[in-house]
Design a protein. Structure first.
Length: 184
């Protein structure tokens, strides 16, 4: 699905985040920044050791990356020039600021991309894998956070890359709901 939000193309696709040709792709990292499985493992495998080296340099400078925040490294061998590593919350029932922290992960990634004049960015569905955030509320948070951010900024493209057809359908349904109830 593709639509325009102001001057920005918002696209929802099924695919592999490591194959995206946007200027930046977002990694669903952990606070330690030393890699993992899922998206994190795929990006480090496909992007190569340069990415990990820069993650280690960030760790040496500032420790890891707190939940809800983001850091940026080279894209290494990826098509994307940059990887923005953000850390989503682990779902623990909803009583521990998970919604706020997930929103923070998207906001921090978008803000960092703007600071670096990055024109296009691709997100995975943050926190909905190993971190077990239920995908429907996660999609609502992701899409509403991006929609609100785009009220004050524009990119050439913001892309959500869903790993499964089912997840893509959840995001598409969620966007239809959000954009039908959005006050103009
Ligand atoms: N491309 C796009 N989406 C993917 C890919 C991929 N190559 N691989 C997995 N996904 C999807 C998953 O299906 C899920 O919907 O990305 C979403 C996020 O899943 P995770 O990668 O498990 O991320 P998250 O839930 O945020 O957990 C992060 O897992 O890998 C570790 O180091 C990471 O500790 C961190 C935790």
């Amino acid at each position: 699905m593709e639509t325009m939000v102001g001057k920005t193309k918002l696209s929802l696709v099924q695919g592999d985040i490591t194959q995206q040709d946007t200027e930046a792709i977002v990694n669903a990292a952990n606070t330690g920044l030393l890699g993992g499985s899922g998206v994190d493992g795929a990006i480090h495998r496909a992007g190569g050791s340069e990415i990990l080296e820069e993650c280690k340099a960030i760790r040496a400078k500032q420790g890891g990356c707190p939940t809800g925040q983001a850091v940026i490294t080279t894209g290494g061998r990826l098509k994307a020039r940059y990887v923005i590593h953000t850390v989503g919350p682990v779902w623990s029932g909803g009583g521990k600021r998970e919604e706020e922290l997930l929103k923070g992960a998207y906001d921090s990634s978008l803000t960092l991309a703007k600071e670096r004049d990055i024109r296009s960015i691709a997100f995975p569905s943050i926190s909905t894998g190993a971190y077990r955030f239920p995908i429907e509320p996660a999609a609502r948070i992701a899409l509403s956070t991006v929609r609100d951010f785009l009220r004050g900024h524009s990119f050439s493209e913001v892309r959500f890359v869903l790993f499964s057809e089912k997840d893509l359908q959840v995001y598409e349904d969620c966007w239809k709901e959000l954009s039908s109830t959005q006050a103009d």
